[in-house]
Design a protein around this ligand. Structure first.
Ligand code: EPU
Length: 337
């Protein structure tokens, strides 16, 4: 185990914020994880894990030990003529695993192409895009308890998935390290092409040919056209969740804003936060080194060398203006560290 002191994290977070980790190490196996947990047993320092660094905003030096997850491996556990059960180690890149599925003719995750981040982060917020969520293909995940060091397998039900929610953000927040995620993939998939522009792109660019590969390519095209590439402009995807509001508030707002976009949700009506933010005049906003993306108002950006606290302040201002205008309180999707 090599514990480095004062390591700059700029290349380990997609916002490209330059903050240090007091102590930093990289792990490649469960054994190395146990080693660092055991080392820390008596010290009881704070431990935080970084995968792709695509859902965090660094606002200060990270005290304690920051652990970079590099657990790699993809294993076919079982298959029959319809499905394949595959285990992905948590440090694998999510998108590279989707590409692996696409090239092996396995369906279910093609709509989730190009989502940044690692496999291990996927269950924490039940990643989702274009009508599909992780929970739709999820079988289980194996995790290690950070204090007892016991291994536990969480089933689909035990994960308590909701919209950008899971037990790892609520009851078990910060208690576990996810080692691997097992998915059930389809050899004869039912495609989901209703959401957004997928159908349109399939018609105009793929001659209406619907396949795992063409959907993946269409999603990559839509995402690339709307969302800034973190390699070019620092960002962490959607900064806020789409709020779910009551029918009563929805009716009031609809009478004022007849064009209010909305989708049915489990416990109310979901409104795209991007629309609310755009209505408040933030879309394309730029001040100094930070701003709101010009093609998707849900994405806050670091144009160059911004402080994380400046982006946090901007998110506060946005929350206040949406609250004042629509009486809706936006919740951050990105974790503030
Ligand atoms: N809209 C605007 N202005 C904007 C952005 C959006 O008016 O600047 C409105 C439009 O009415 C548009 C609607 O919002 O039709 C929906 O926009 P979009 O399809 O881009 O999706 P979203 O609801 O803004 C969610 C996810 C994205 C995911 C897309 C596609 C959340 C918080 N975000 O965004 O996830 O890629 O759907 O499924 O649920 C992420 O989590 O990082 C992420 C990018």
């Amino acid at each position: 185990m090599q514990l480095l002191h004062n390591v700059n994290l700029k290349e380990y977070n997609t916002f490209h914020i330059s903050e240090n980790a007091s102590f930093f190490t990289t792990i490649h196996s469960a054994t190395e994880l146990i080693e660092i947990l055991s080392y820390n047993e008596s010290k009881r320092s704070r431990i935080q894990f970084i995968g792709g660094g695509s859902n965090i905003l660094l606002t200060k030096t990270l005290e304690g030990i920051t652990v970079l997850n590099k657990l790699k491996g993809i294993q076919l556990l079982s298959e029959n003529e319809d499905t394949a059960i595959v285990q992905f180690m948590s440090g694998e890149s999510w998108h590279e695993c989707v590409m692996w599925c696409v090239s092996n003719g396995l369906g279910g995750v093609e709509n989730l192409s190009l989502i940044p981040g690692t496999i291990g982060a996927a269950p924490i917020q039940n990643i989702g895009a274009y009508g599909v969520e992780l929970k739709d293909v999820f079988v289980s995940c194996e995790a290690i308890h950070l204090v007892s060091q016991e291994r536990k397998t969480f089933s689909l039900e035990e994960c308590q998935f909701g919209y950008r929610e899971s037990i790892f953000k609520t009851k078990e927040k910060g208690n576990y390290f996810i080692l691997s995620v097992t998915l059930c993939l389809q050899k004869k998939p039912t495609f989901k092409i209703e959401y957004g522009d997928i159908k349109h792109i399939l018609a105009t660019k793929f001659n209406n040919h619907v396949s795992i590969e063409s959907i993946s390519k269409a999603v990559i095209e839509i995402r690339s056209s709307k969302l800034p590439d973190p390699k070019v402009i620092g960002n962490a995807g959607s900064f806020f969740k789409n709020p779910v509001i009551t029918k009563q508030l929805f009716d009031t707002l609809l009478s004022q804003y007849p064009q209010l976009p909305n989708y049915p949700a489990e416990n109310g009506i979901k409104i795209p936060a991007g629309w609310l933010i755009e209505q408040c005049g933030w879309k394309g906003y730029k001040v100094d080194k930070i701003g709101v993306h010009e093609r998707q108002a849900l994405v806050l950006v670091n144009f160059s060398d911004a402080e994380g606290s400046a982006i946090y302040q901007l998110s506060e201002q946005i929350i206040i203006s949406v609250q004042q205008r629509f009486n809706i309180t936006l919740e951050r999707e990105v974790n503030i560290w």
